[in-house]
Write a protein that binds this ligand. Sequence first.
Ligand code: FAD
Ligand code: UDP
Length: 367
Amino acid sequence: MKYDYLIVGSGLFGSIFAYEMSKIGKKCLIIEKRDHIGGNVFTKSIENINVHKYGAHIFHTNDKEVWEYISQFAEFNRYTNSPVAIYKDELFNLPFNMNTFYQMWGVKSPAEAKKIIAKQKKESNIDNPSNLEEKAISLVGKDIYEKLIKGYTEKQWGKKCCELPSFIIERLPVRFIFDNNYFNDLYQGIPLGGYTKIIQKLLNNVEVKLNCDFFDEREKWEKIADKIVFTGMIDQYYDYCFGELEYRSLNFKHYIKDTDNYQGNAVINFTESSIPFTRIIEHKHFEKTESEKTIITEEYPSPWEKGMEAYYPINDEKNSNIFKKYDDLSNKESNVIFGGRLAKYKYYDMWEVIKEALATVKKELND
Ligand code: FAD
Ligand code: UDP
């Protein structure tokens, strides 16, 4: 065999695995179907602004080890994500906190906010929330659900809120203090210079072939290394033998605008259903880049079909049952390692992928 590891995919998982293994002398080859490294964290400098080509990526974690690990490869700024939501002609702070409650109801104390939420929950007759709609109403009441959650969520996922699992809405904090920080994590920031620089450092000593899809020459790739690390879609790897998993896709429309400040914030969410995109990102605010122009990106959710980029796994019951079968099969493989958001079919944030990659390396070295 020519290589110790063939790594399919140059996202965070594949790149960290390759970096760690190369460091101890293992020969790794990465193949990547896109024309660039980095997977969805890829950033590109345009007009001197680091553009997050696949949507806003804000690094956040509570895990000190992960934070220290990633900080070896970049200096992070102190960016705090504080998105603003627009619903028709009203503006609200996110995540759901005392500022939101004041804007929604005019209440100034936590007790008043809690009272309204309890009343709206009671009127909706929800005792044991069993889906996203019920969970959202029980957490923040019907008004916030109607204005800030329903439209956004149904555009994002292409499903009714009552058909979606509640863990999706539990990603967002609900706070009874005046605090617009979108995340609860201790560590948060944007890598100065963009994420691609991190991936370049990780892959400095690793051979990478771009524009190369594993499935185009599967037999050849299966013979090139002792082991395969696969970070693509697990159902595709197994030729959909247990059926297709559902994903959600996105379209990004990038625009250069002839103004130095288009929307005054990095992330603005558009929560009403009649606007087809979910959010607009203004990239320069992530790193406070000084420039005469600005670059914005509209993010349009879209149904996923074979051949499109699969951005989000849909972790409802039906798909979780199908995934379980693939996962059981994958656990029996001795020469193929599955990792990352697509192979594990999990709604992973970056820190979770890093943690999983480091744990996988550790396990591989101990086995
Ligand atoms: P990926 O980045 O998807 O990498 C997999 C790579 O494998 C890709 O480059 C793909 O092209 C390649 N590949 C797949 N199949 C094949 C094949 N057959 N042959 C060759 N190559 C293949 N996380 C956060 O922590 N904070 C955020 O703010 C945040 N925002 C996000 C916003 C959006 C819109 C999205 C979609 C995700 C966001 N994430 C965020 C999650 C983050 O992007 C992921 O956790 C992380 O990038 C996953 O890394 P990965 O290596 O598992 O997968
Ligand atoms: N969400 C919402 N309104 C918003 C922002 C988020 O209803 O203004 C819901 C929506 O269901 C979304 C989920 O919260 O899918 C998680 O939001 P997050 O910002 O974590 O989504 P991501 O950045 O991963 O797309």
